[in-house]
Design a protein around this ligand. Structure first.
Ligand code: NDP
Length: 292
């Protein structure tokens, strides 16, 4: 293996202990406890698991979490009204509406009801708009993209003038992470399902971020020797040797790419743990800003 392993689990653990120390200091100096409200609509098991793990992570760092569950038949107005109540609640510094919402609900409308000063997921159209404009600062940056950049910084990546290639253009990962790279003066290419000759485009990258949801798509010969490679993908593949019958792999063929890249995130244990750590950090920052 030539690539340095970027250990997201360790980086996230350090970040969480810093957040816990700051939350403790805030509590002892001001009596204020950061608070995160999670709105879950319906009974999607994956969403239930995500919300549970976010609330558990809050508890571990001294952030209050408030769970709100609405039935899958909830009307748009109920979701919007709940968000409005949370906007007005001084104990709540961050609001997240767990996506996806049931099909009959309009997620863009629900997200746009979140006060931008409590938008700790960073998905409010104004925060995304600011992220996409030159010279504007969003109040919060979406968590997975922020986690990718944090890992690159920790690994010592140089951004200015670097060729960066992002695979994927989704609203939650590809597009915002691309904007963050652009703001750091990378020369940027965004790829998607219509991109021609993907391997050749990827081979130009000093920084390659894969967020496509295609198991092990990025092969060793797609990668420039020495490149920083961040694998956002989380894909289940069948594995009869596991009790569950599956294992998780990324969008990058780890075994091939580790022989070529300069630094690489594993799956699991790379970007995944950073997402929740960034949510906690955004919530702490919001609580700090609300005191000002
Ligand atoms: P989406 O499905 O929303 O977006 C996938 C993107 O990849 C699209 O832009 C699509 O192009 C592009 N794409 C799909 N297939 C190909 C292909 N064969 N060649 C080139 N581009 C392709 O996914 P997300 O962004 O939500 O998630 C991406 C991955 O990241 C998933 O595996 C997901 O599980 C994981 N993820 C991990 C998180 C974490 O915390 N680590 C958080 C969020 C997601 P087009 O736009 O043309 O359709």
């Amino acid at each position: 293996m030539t690539a340095a392993l970027i250990d997201g689990t360790a980086v996230a653990a350090r970040l969480r202990s810093e957040i816990a120390a700051e939350a403790e200091k805030m509590k002892s100096e001001t009596g204020r406890v950061p608070g995160l409200a999670a709105v879950l609509v319906g009974d999607n098991p994956a969403s239930q698991t995500y919300v549970r793990s976010k609330r558990k992570a809050c508890a571990e760092v001294g952030i209050d979490s408030f769970g709100y569950e609405l039935p899958k038949t909830a009307a748009q107005e109920e979701v919007d009204n709940l968000v409005a109540e949370l906007n007005a609640d001084p104990n709540v510094h961050g609001i997240l509406v767990q996506l996806p919402l049931p099909d009959h609900l309009n997620s863009e409308q629900a997200l746009s009801k979140i006060g931008i000063d409590k938008d700790v997921d960073g998905f409010h159209p104004i925060n995304i708009g600011r992220l996409s404009m030159k010279g504007r600062e969003p109040l919060f940056v979406p968590c997975t993209p922020a986690g990718c950049i944090y890992l690159l910084e920790q690994a010592g990546a140089q951004f200015k003038g670097a060729r960066a290639v992002v695979l994927g253009r989704s609203n939650i990962v590809g597009l915002p992470v691309a904007m963050l790279l652009l703001h750091r003066d990378c020369t940027l290419t965004i790829c998607h399902s219509r991109t021609k000759d993907l391997p050749a485009v990827c081979r130009e990258a000093d920084i390659l971020i894969a967020a496509v949801g295609r198991p092990q798509m990025v092969k060793g010969d797609w990668v420039k020797p020495g490149a920083f490679v961040i694998d956002v993908g989380i894909n289940r593949v069948d594995d009869a040797t596991k009790k569950s019958g599956y294992r998780l792999v990324g969008d990058v063929d780890f075994d091939e790419v580790k022989e070529v890249a300069g630094a690489l995130t594993p799956v699991p244990g790379g970007v995944g743990p950073m997402t929740i750590a960034m949510l906690l950090r955004n919530t702490l920052r919001s609580a700090t800003a609300h005191s000002a």
